[in-house]
Design a protein around this ligand. Structure first.
Ligand SMILES: Cc1cc2nc3c(=O)[nH]c(=O)nc-3n(C[C@H](O)[C@H](O)[C@H](O)COP(=O)(O)OP(=O)(O)OC[C@H]3O[C@@H](n4cnc5c(N)ncnc54)[C@H](O)[C@@H]3O)c2cc1C
Length: 323
């Protein structure tokens, strides 16, 4: 593969973990990896992407990125694709970025695969793996030769590793916007509050609760433990389906993929659909009253006991040690 372009997701120049993961996998597949970074702060955060293997970063800081819906970013992405000459684009499989990538794909006649969890090369083809039909089946998708390939990568499907490369060359894009690009204006942005807790896919500590909590109120205990540890809150599908916690916190094949430094699971049995996407966590601790629960087969630390009795003294001890 000659060149892969990576569309970077960032917060005023601070690259998100998912984009570092994508750069890492891209450089294992391509001779040259380039990146595109749009919006406020892009110029500040571009050069450091060289550490993850990007040779060139195309930036566009125009405020149109935050003032108007998708279209201005589509124009900028087209300019970056032209400048890089890449026929493979990788982007975070997140609703906002996917919106930009999907529109661009239609214009360029590209084949799009989202929610990619693995990639391998078969002859000249780049083959993407994803779960389909709610996780019941695994699909492997390749795009016919000669057609541009756009790949949306699921968070935490790959591990981010620095390449130790030179600072990337930063190229400011000149993107012309006509009235058509400004047709849909963003009038208000309402951020869903996660309080002081980190976003789950970015968090280095996650405390997750399942059906063993018994009721929605049980999540207060999970939140208290997460807060004591400075972590995010996750949930099993049994808990989110029961309406005990919002679906965006679901960890699993049909939820989010996570790989924190510490995963604590309480009242979660460890069904394959849950385990499959969290078992690469660096340290796994499980609290379950059933000593035969499958989660113990992958846990580094396990407590067999009633979570309602185990968690409160645990929180107390953590807070005491924090002083
Ligand atoms: C296609 C498909 C996709 C799926 N996708 C997902 C997914 O994305 N994410 C996901 O999580 N699941 C998913 N599932 C569901 C999955 O198969 C399990 O049903 C689900 O993970 C079970 O959630 P749980 O562990 O909370 O509940 P259970 O399996 O019911 O486990 C509850 C656990 O709590 C323990 N417990 C009970 N009371 C206490 C207590 N007081 N103290 C301590 N422990 C206690 C029990 O011993 C038990 O091990 C999917 C299933 C299918 C078929």
């Amino acid at each position: 593969m000659s060149t892969i372009l990576v569309l970077i997701d960032h917060e005023t120049g601070a690259t998100k973990k998912i984009s570092k993961q994508i750069l890492t996998v891209a450089r294992s597949l391509a001779d040259d990896v380039q990146a595109a970074m749009f919006g406020p702060g892009a110029s500040n955060g571009a050069e450091v992407l060289g550490a993850f293997g990007a040779s060139t970063v195309y930036v566009w800081n125009d405020e149109a990125v935050t003032s108007y819906a998708t279209e201005p970013q589509v124009r900028a992405l087209e300019a970056a694709l032209d400048a890089s000459g890449a026929d493979v684009l990788m982007f975070p499989s997140d609703p906002f970025v996917t919106d930009v990538a999907a529109r661009t794909a239609v214009r360029r006649g590209a084949g799009v695969v989202t929610d990619v969890v693995d990639l391998d090369v078969d002859g000249d083809a780049l083959v993407a793996t994803k779960a389909i039909f709610g996780g019941d089946m695994i699909s492997r998708c390749a795009v016919r030769p000669g057609i541009p390939q756009f790949l949306g990568i699921k968070a935490n499907a790959f591990t981010a590793e620095e390449a130790g490369g030179q600072p990337a060359q930063v190229v400011e894009l000149d993107v012309a916007l006509d009235d058509a690009a400004r047709r849909a204006e963003i009038v208000e942005v309402v951020e869903q509050s996660t309080g002081d807790r980190p976003e789950m896919t970015e968090a280095s500590i996650i405390v997750a609760g399942g059906r063993g909590l018994g009721e929605a109120e049980g999540f207060r205990l999970i939140e208290q433990l997460a807060d004591a540890l400075g972590g995010a809150v996750g949930a099993s599908r049994a808990a989110t389906d029961a309406g005990w916690y919002p679906h965006q916190h679901q960890i699993g094949q049909t939820g989010k993929t996570v790989a924190p430094q510490l995963y604590v699971g309480a009242g979660i049995s460890g069904a394959i659909q849950h385990r499959a996407v969290m078992q690469t966590s660096q340290l796994i601790a499980a609290i379950n009253k059933d000593a035969d629960a499958p989660i113990f087969s992958i846990a580094d630390f396990g407590v067999v006991g009633d979570l309602h009795k185990v968690i409160p003294p645990l929180i107390e001890e953590i807070n005491k040690r924090k002083g």
